[in-house]
Design a protein around this ligand. Structure first.
Ligand SMILES: [Cu+2]
Length: 113
């Protein structure tokens, strides 16, 4: 008597989906709020002058913690010139700046809410 038994093992893999929410850097004027990382802290500023052709902006800025710079008025280069289009002198802004080859480069700048 030949009986072929086929055993089928069915395994169900329960896959857990890890939903990670991309949380943008918390933008808050509170002095006790600490930015997510030391290299990408958000700085408050106010637009003084915009030079969209050269991708430059003059800002009166508060303390830039990641660059250890006190508040002052100075010119920055903006990595994405397009971000200047929505800004005008007098606007309050929040921005992120890094030091690149001796230059201060703004990697992100947004109107303050
Ligand atoms: Cu400065």
């Amino acid at each position: 008597m030949n009986t072929i038994q086929r055993l089928r093992a069915t395994s169900t893999l329960a896959m857990g989906l890890a939903l990670s929410m991309a949380v943008h850097a918390q933008v808050s004027p509170g002095p006790d709020q600490v930015a997510a990382t030391a290299s990408d802290s958000v700085t408050d500023g106010e637009v003084r002058k915009i030079d969209p052709d050269n991708g430059k902006i003059t800002l009166r800025h508060g303390e830039i913690k990641n660059l250890d710079m006190p508040g002052m008025t100075m010119v920055f280069t903006v990595r994405d010139k397009g971000q200047l289009a929505k800004l005008k002198p007098g606007d309050k802004v929040q921005f992120m700046v890094v030091q690149e080859g001796g230059k201060m480069v703004i990697t992100d700048i947004q109107p303050a809410r």
